[in-house]
Write a protein that binds this ligand. Structure first.
Ligand SMILES: [Zn+2]
Length: 343
């Protein structure tokens, strides 16, 4: 037996001082049903959360608490008419046929609740990351539906609310931040996010994406307007772009944007559909590339804003590769399940 008494208080203290990321999620977002064969299907989130429960990632993250987003938070981004229409058209229990909001975007019985939870998660994550001490400044929102194509007046491309824009507008208008940087590495251009902040110099937007491709926007010369001129940075890449060329384009655009913005907060539209095996996106990235992307983003956050990052799930439609890639993303951000600590 050790001659030295164990001091439980010290052990507890060491644990409390460990950096942890906070996970914002809710299985009710799985209830957003899409038609058979639709790539943005409930299994995406279910598989991710099942994997993280099984492998210990969930236990290695703090559970963020949040509720549905408020109407005033949505109104910073979306028109009142659009918000009213969504509420009026949302299927009821007595008639649960999905409504088509655009050719790719459906609203079923559980959709509006899921979309409100997704945006509520993003807002709560921003609040937490901005007030937290140095150990709690990273949050991941495992949410669906995605958001970066949603526009001021309309749904688009699987997206109902512009979730990341709601979070950025909350940080700007409620918390008074003056320099927020949104970085979107989904394979599709984040047209909604770009449009919403196109003339805003307080919210910068960086997007790296396949081009020409859906939704058609995101050319290099789309760089902002008015006060926002020079605060949008697009890195469009052809379908055959190599992994090396991807990283060099990403680092260049990210560095340029970060030096100009000197962000107080980094928000990430984390889409994993640039994976080589994604059935929708199909750029040439491998799973490990999402680790390199994440490291580059952490460098920016560490340099400028004490490591403050809120990352939100956007696309990623090969469920196995989504699980692999998003897991590497959160591990790189700092999620350390027991299995990794032992190795
Ligand atoms: Zn996408």
């Amino acid at each position: 037996m050790s001659p030295f008494p164990v001091k439980p208080i010290l052990i507890a203290h060491a644990w409390q001082n460990r950096k942890m990321i906070t996970l914002y999620t809710d299985r009710r977002m799985i209830n957003h049903k899409t038609p058979a064969g639709h790539p943005e299907r409930p299994e995406r989130l279910a598989a991710l959360l099942d994997h993280w429960e099984k492998k210990g990632h969930k236990a290695a993250m703090r559970a963020g608490s949040f509720g549905e987003v408020t109407r005033p938070a949505l109104s910073r981004i979306h028109s009142g008419d659009y918000l009213d229409d969504l509420e009026a058209e949302s299927p009821r229990a007595t008639d649960d046929r999905p409504i088509m909001l655009d050719p790719d975007t459906h609203m079923a019985l559980g959709t509006l609740t899921a979309a409100r939870l997704a945006a509520g998660a993003a807002v709560a994550a921003v609040d937490q990351v901005m007030k937290a001490d140095a150990n709690d400044r990273i949050a991941f929102c495992a949410v669906r539906p995605p958001g970066h194509h949603a526009r001021v007046h309309s749904a688009m491309g699987f997206c109902i609310y512009s979730t990341i824009a709601v979070a950025a507008a909350h940080a700007r208008d409620q918390l008074g931040l003056e320099r927020i940087l949104i970085v979107d590495f989904d394979v599709h251009h984040g047209n909604g996010t770009q449009e919403i902040f196109y003339d805003d110099n307080r919210v910068g937007f960086v997007s790296i994406h396949r081009h020409p491709f859906y939704p058609g926007t995101g050319k290099a010369d789309e760089s902002g307007r008015g006060r926002g001129a020079g605060f949008t940075w697009n890195a469009p890449l052809g379908a055959s772009t190599s992994r090396t060329a991807y990283h060099s384009a990403f680092e260049k655009v990210l560095e340029t944007a970060a030096e100009k913005m000197r962000p107080q907060l980094v928000l990430i539209s984390a889409g994993f559909d640039a994976h080589r095996l994604d059935p929708v996106g199909g750029l040439n990235l491998e799973t490990e590339d999402f680790g390199l992307i994440t490291k580059a983003l952490m460098n920016v956050a560490n340099t400028h804003c004490g490591g403050r990052i809120v990352s939100l799930l956007e696309g990623g439609y090969n469920v196995d590769k989504l699980v692999e890639s998003a897991t590497l993303h959160i591990e790189t951000l700092g999620c350390r399940p027991e299995s990794l600590i032992k190795n």
